[in-house]
Design a protein around this ligand. Structure first.
Ligand code: ADP
Ligand code: MG
Length: 454
């Protein structure tokens, strides 16, 4: 039996690889699965506007992805709260066949994005070493290279390679226990087990889960910084696996020595193979775009692809975003995506790739623009409602967009020396409101659009 949330999570994984990050975050990931009605998956959109956007632009892709994973679900329906009474009795838990090409679905088994394979990974000078190491490990886990430490900038293919290893291992070694986990997930699970008062075995279960694996992959280990408890846990997990010759694969946006973690863990992370991934050269970037076009069924000519590859040099996810934008724009206006004037229109307000890193300043500026308030007021002491609400929304967005890269304390400092608990309060309050209050949700969405379209 699979719960509706498990079903939806697997569909999300499949969808994430097919649409732009922005569309995924803004529209698809905000849908809630209601249940299954006959052969139909029912999804709830928070607002009518969201429902319309999804129906118009993303329903087909969601339907396709659903069908890839769960062949018996034939249709997808997006509804809002108002429609709920008219939906028949939905199933929240179903016995459902899973597509045979889609391996992992059982809760405790890792789930890998089916598109993230070695075949779909374009190799160039910038990533050939990392790719070779990844292939070697996928063929013979736990032997030669242990641990493997992959590092490189955002959007350069670390997660793709880890999933490629996972996909390959699951096919060649179906008996092995393989786990892929993001560092955040590991941290959260650890903390939950620590505080779980309802289950005396929570910590034991957590340890068993991670220490009895054949292969552990942990993505984005830089987020272990400042988490002493979890670092200690990871240290013991690492030792146990390592001493038993079990394969460990880690990824990070920086090399081990630059991660702010305890020394002994740093040393462990660096004892095996360290492979970096650099931004790909122009030919490789074009080849990647061609691959993505094939996968998504777009036919764009080399001129357009070169234009994208020239504009964006150091983040492949961004390149895909631009590609998707050209396609969706041309579909919207009914034009030819190979027509340069259409392409230029589509890219008119696309930010120059070089300043594409979002900072607190960007979020603050976008919030001020949206609410038409002064910057010094937003980050200052005023307490009237007209300024408090924008300030809270701004803080929420900073936490949400920049995530753990910015500690709450620094956000507090930025906002006129406020305490980190004030930051937390604002973040949690708006996070809740986004779920129940259309007005807040739409402010948040508008500011987000503004930030990403700057
Ligand atoms: P990271 O984890 O390093 O931030 P991802 O693995 O999420 O980056 O990659 C971002 C996007 O770029 C993914 O859609 C991935 O498929 C694609 N990508 C990255 N490198 C390559 C490559 N060499 N060939 C094909 N696609 C790639
Ligand atoms: Mg990643």
């Amino acid at each position: 039996m699979l719960k509706i949330n498990q079903i939806w999570n697997n569909i999300l994984l499949e969808t994430e690889a097919k649409v732009s990050t922005l569309a995924y975050d803004l529209y698809i990931n905000s849908l809630q699965p209601v249940g299954i009605y006959r052969d139909r998956l029912i999804l709830l959109a928070e607002t009518r506007a969201l429902k319309n956007i999804v129906e118009k632009n993303y329903k087909e892709v969601i339907k396709k992805c659903t069908n890839v994973v769960f062949p018996s679900i034939l249709d997808v329906e997006v509804i809002t709260e108002d429609d709920l009474p008219n939906v028949g009795k939905v199933e929240k838990e179903v016995e459902i066949p899973v597509s045979s090409s889609y391996v992992a679905i059982v809760e405790d088994k890792a789930v890998f994005v089916s598109q993230y394979t070695f075949d779909n990974f374009v190799v160039g000078k910038s990533n050939e070493y990392a790719e070779a190491v990844a292939r070697a490990v996928a063929e013979n886990p736990g032997t030669k290279y242990n641990p493997v430490f992959l590092w490189g900038g955002v959007g350069l293919g670390k997660t793709h390679l880890m999933h490629a290893i996972g996909n390959s291992l699951q096919r060649n070694y179906p008996e092995k226990k393989i786990m892929y986990v993001t560092c955040d997930q590991f941290v959260n699970e650890f903390i939950e087990s620590l505080h779980d008062t309802t289950n005396a075995n929570a910590m034991k279960n957590f340890r068993n889960k991670y220490r009895k694996l054949d292969v552990l992959m942990m993505d984005d280990v830089q987020f272990l910084a400042n988490k002493e408890g979890t670092q200690e846990e990871m240290f013991h997990t690492f030792n146990e696996l390592y001493l038993a010759n079990k394969q460990i694969i880690l990824s990070s946006d920086r090399p081990p020595k630059e991660i702010k973690i305890e020394e002994r863990l740093k040393t462990r992370f660096a004892t095996g193979v360290i492979a970096d991934i650099q931004p790909p050269d122009l030919e490789t970037r074009i080849a990647i775009l061609q691959k993505k076009c094939n996968a998504k069924g777009y036919s764009l000519n080399i001129k357009v692809l070169s234009l994208i590859a020239e504009k964006i040099t150091n983040n492949i996810r961004e390149m895909e975003g631009m590609l998707n934008r050209i396609i969706s724009y041309s579909t919207l206006v009914g034009g030819n995506p190979n027509d340069m004037s259409i392409v230029n229109d589509a890219l008119r307000d696309y930010a120059d790739a070089s300043n594409d890193i979002i900072t607190i300043d960007h979020v603050v500026t976008a919030t001020c623009e949206h609410f038409r308030v002064k910057r010094e007021d937003l980050i200052g002491k005023k307490k009237n409602k007209e300024i408090v609400v924008p300030r809270q929304i701004c803080i929420y967005l900073i936490c949400d967009i920049l995530g753990q890269s910015v500690p709450l304390v620094s956000i507090g400092e930025y906002f006129g020396g406020r305490d980190h608990t004030t930051v937390m309060h604002a973040r949690d309050k708006i996070s809740e409101e986004c779920k129940n209050n259309d007005i807040t949700a739409s402010h948040v969405k508008d500011i987000r659009d503004r930030i990403y379209n700057r």
